[in-house]
Design a protein around this ligand. Sequence first.
Ligand code: C5P
Length: 308
Amino acid sequence: MSAITVRVPAKVNLQLAVGPLREDGYHDLVNVFHAVSLFDEVTAAEPLDGDLSAAPLGVRVEGDLTGEVPVSDDNLAVRAARALAERAGRSYRADLLIRKSIPVAGGMAGGSADAAAALVACNELWGLGLPLEDLMEIAADIGSDVPFALLGGTAVGTGRGERLAPLETAGVFHWVFALADGGLSTPRVYGECDRLREEAGVAAPTPAVNEALLAALREGDAEALGQALSNDLQPAALALRPSLARTLAAGREHGALGAIVSGSGPTCAFLAESAERAYELAALIKDVDGCRSVVTASGPVPGATVAG
Ligand code: C5P
């Protein structure tokens, strides 16, 4: 096989409960991940020429929103492919092409998704045959959200978010995502969360899963899910990007069942009763100041998968 293409979904956090800052610089979390039908595609191909002086792992990025994605060894997909090659104990070559639809630095784990897709694509291209379990371990070393992008569906992550347990859900949930201009740095948002807590003299709580949220997912109850959505990073994202408050308010005014900042933002997520309502809501939100564009999507969807 000379090229393998893998499709990988974005995520939204249905609950993001952030505990105290740990000594390793991470926070203990309860992180309910939900994979939605907004996909990046990563193709891993054998380099065409025999130019052995070229970088062993090349990367190109295509799409409307690719501005800040590094096309160097810092690219998460390149790091993932390199980590996989190291794990297999051999040197490998591949050209990676990333077709981006997931917003960059948008709080939807786009970079993590590309890393997960690169693991699946290179595992196949290089004929390594590593089981999902091994890919999950490599994924956790690349980033806290990478294992979930392999798994997909809906799952609760603990630890720094990398220890996953799949959750039972019923039916399909319909979403609108409002993309903002520019991204937000994840470490900066976590740092702001710590700073706001310190300023308010509030100790970080021990994160615990919201049972009402789990019940809503099990029952496929969109209304209850909308009410149970929560994100401890939201006040920090709003402090760093005050215009998001307007976007969230517009969604609520127009009848979203729930309105929340996705992960560390700045993307905002709105839950709708149906696909039709999601389209209507998207049309109503798209002209709000500070909103760059809107997309509709549904979840849950599977994780990184070799395309047809
Ligand atoms: O794991 P990942 O590299 O994606 O995390 C990016 C940054 O987000 C970390 O360097 C850290 O600042 C923050 N983070 C955190 N606690 C977590 C996950 C991420 O503080 N559980």
